[in-house]
Design a protein around this ligand. Sequence first.
Ligand code: NAP
Ligand code: 8YV
Length: 326
Amino acid sequence: MGSKSGSLAGWRAALIVAGPLPQCVKAILEPRFDLFVLPRPDAGLVTREIAEAARGAAVMGGAGAPFIEALPQLEIISSLGVGYDKVDVDAALAKNIVVTHTPDILNEEVADTAIGLLLNTLRELPRAEAFLREGRWLEGAFPLTRGTLRGRKVGIYGLGRIGQAIARRLDAFGVAVSYHNRKPVPDVSWHWEPTLLGLARSVDTLVCVVPGGPGTEHAVNAEILSALGANGVLINIGRGSTVDEAVLADALRSDVILAAGLDVFEHEPRVPAELLDLPNACLLPHVGSSTIHTRHLMGELVARNLVNWFTEGRAVTPIPECAGSR
Ligand code: NAP
Ligand code: 8YV
């Protein structure tokens, strides 16, 4: 990445701000840069003026190859979110463009959401609240739930930054935790299973928090779900593409597993009708990090990556594929 000048050297660089980013992104960048604000990172919205001038882009919602290729002056893509499966990294690397993301600052928020989703799924709390609001409590008590966290064995698929924050919370709940990654994490006490199938066979609750992309696509399939067993619970807070949704809907309908809680879907914001119809699926609209507090921190980091690049020639949080870039 060494050939491009990251220095402002007395002129204002032009940047794109694309997508529904937190307000602080524009507020931080506006005094220092000329901004082109776009509703989304879409090649069709790139005018000749933008193409000739834009040297950096703050994006929410990814950056595909056509968008990247429409911007010949681009040096850096600063993406909101820790996951960057919607950024075409190969297209960026081919053009010597640095990609940055927002790791760590959202770990605790997303882990809180995962625990909330797990408890809502097991104890059916959204359904219990709907029962009360519909006035049905006057007719009798809400039924006892089959699901409980008591006595569960939880397997975490993806014990990274967020996975470890989830595991620490589960320790406090007094349940057994183990995990599967491609390699064991040094210096942690949780048991490592070398395969996902081995993990699924040894637990009754699987929490997915792996990145999306080809390495994890539809990894949660019929074999994994049936290994969890009839008391099995699947939680997905990572990426929707990890789970074969059609197979999951079948498994929920035919009691292969007990229940599922999903914050992410393969084709967001579209959610398969088969899942919407199921009472044993607890479904959230990708809200893992969605608080004003955490999105503000993520926005600040998006902006800081751009400011640092154009003032010091170094990104703050490049994705691993770009680590070592200036
Ligand atoms: P991270 O620190 O990179 O952790 C990812 C973990 O997954 C690593 O421990 C990695 O270990 C493991 N992993 C990766 N590929 C794997 C594979 N093919 N098989 C088995 N294990 C694999 O990432 P993070 O910061 O925790 O974030 C994880 C993901 O959560 C993000 O990429 C994003 O997709 C998702 N996310 C969702 C939300 C939400 O709102 N729902 C919010 C934030 C993040 P190895 O490399 O050893 O395999
Ligand atoms: C965001 C996420 O909702 O960080 C991630 O990977 O999935 C979430 O925090 C998303 O990135 C916003 O586009």
